[in-house]
Design a binder for this molecule. Structure first.
Ligand code: TXA
Ligand code: MG
Length: 377
């Protein structure tokens, strides 16, 4: 079906510009006002008719559908061009919704994590109930669930009464959308409505955590760092990708991800200094962009005066800054005719830096994946 895609804002848009989305998500007064906003009601109506709506979360924009309807969920896979073996995350606004989605009793550890980190960028894997269609979980016996920390998606969930399956609202394989305009760019004509809730404040996707065995594992690093989870639980938390056990990793991880169309390389000032040197040499004939830290050692190098765009946009002390901007930067450099190749200064894979480096490395390795343009994470 062809749609004339609309971008709409609620009456409360100004509040999203100035205040932390996570704070607003916990503001029950705002949430109850939002529930009667015309735009929220429209989104809820479309979703209950099994249509798709793109919604802001604190991480990235999601492409939402009624998680319990195979008909609705199949539209997500079609609109994104997403492989059907990549399961979706289901979004809820209240822990009471877990009952119809999950099969087993919630463990004390899971309960503690939910109480502490929700609403927020933490997705938990649960045994799935029979009510959840196989399409939503891509045939798995488990279901990934999170409570997002953005008041708009929470209001839509509350107003529709539906659990919402929502992957990132981009074309599969490409950078995730962190602004309503990014969604429009990728999905215009394919969906009826995009709710604009301002730029996402976290900027990388949620952390996917598996608590089903004694050893807590992060399947996908994201907005909540492994360290934060480990500190909270008082135990070690492993990264599934380090376990050399393919079955432990989130199913979507095998696909091309997050990648701009242009070639992207990473460098540092130790073992990957040669890449920076090559880049500076390339600038004699090619237009390149370098994304670097403000406090970068790049300042010690003689930089070419033409063919080079340097974007000093983060600090090594605050990896969250790059997390918030990363996907938007990739998109804008992709669209920039003054740039043919993109180079990014690496940062320490610590705290949210682990998720940032994961996204950057996947984007840089896009060509190694078996299904270019397909898949998504
Ligand atoms: O922040 C986010 O998580 C965003 C926003 C929209 O909430 N959503 C998102 O969804 O990133 P998506 O579909 O792009 O990524 C979902 C990830 C994939 O890596 C998928 O393989 C994994 O979660 N996943 C989903 N269900 C799973 C399951 N049952 N077991 C293991 N991994 C699962
Ligand atoms: Mg994704």
């Amino acid at each position: 079906m062809k749609f004339k895609t609309k971008i709409k804002q609620t009456k409360y848009q100004n509040e999203f510009k100035t205040l932390a989305q996570a704070k607003l998500a916990n503001n029950s007064q705002l949430r109850s006002k939002l529930k009667t906003d015309e735009v929220i009601l429209k989104a809820a109506e479309l979703l209950s008719q099994n249509q798709l709506v793109a919604l802001p979360t604190e991480t990235v924009y999601g492409l939402a559908a009624n998680a319990l309807s195979p008909k609705a969920v199949s539209k997500i896979f079609a609109a994104k061009g997403r492989p059907q073996d990549n399961p979706l995350i289901v979004h809820i606004a209240d822990q009471a919704q877990l009952k119809e989605l999950t099969a087993a009793k919630i463990t004390a550890k899971t309960q503690a994590l939910m109480d502490h980190f929700w609403p927020g960028p933490l997705t938990i894997i649960f045994p799935k109930s029979k009510k959840v269609p196989n399409l939503t979980s891509a045939g798995l016996e488990t279901i990934a669930i999170r409570m997002p920390a953005h008041p708009l998606i929470l209001a839509v969930i509350e107003s529709s009464g539906l659990p919402l399956a929502a992957p990132s609202a981009n074309t599969s394989g490409f950078p995730s959308p962190t602004q309503a305009e990014h969604v429009y760019h990728d999905l215009k004509g394919k969906i009826p409505l995009i709710l604009d809730g301002g730029p996402c404040q976290v900027g990388v996707e949620s952390t996917v955590v598996d608590l089903r065995s004694a050893q807590v594992k992060v399947l996908r690093p994201g907005g909540i760092s492994r360290q934060e989870i480990a500190d909270f639980l008082g135990e070690e938390v492993l990264l599934a990708a380090d376990l050399k056990d393919d079955t432990a990793v989130a199913p979507g991880m095998k696909y091309r991800h997050y990648a701009p169309n242009k070639k992207l390389y990473t460098f540092n000032f130790e073992d990957k200094l040669f890449i920076l040197k090559k880049a500076l040499k390339k600038a004699e004939s090619k237009k390149i962009a370098i994304i670097s830290a403000r406090n970068s050692k790049l300042d010690n190098y003689q930089l070419p005066t033409k063919n080079l765009k340097v974007l000093k946009v983060f600090s090594h002390q605050k990896p969250a800054e790059l997390a918030q901007k990363l996907f938007a930067l990739m998109r804008s450099l992709d669209a920039d005719p003054e740039v043919e190749e993109i180079y990014i200064e690496e940062l320490a894979a610590q705290g949210i830096g682990e998720a940032v480096m994961n996204r950057i490395q996947k984007a840089a390795a896009a060509e190694e994946y078996s299904q270019p343009g397909g898949g998504d994470n």
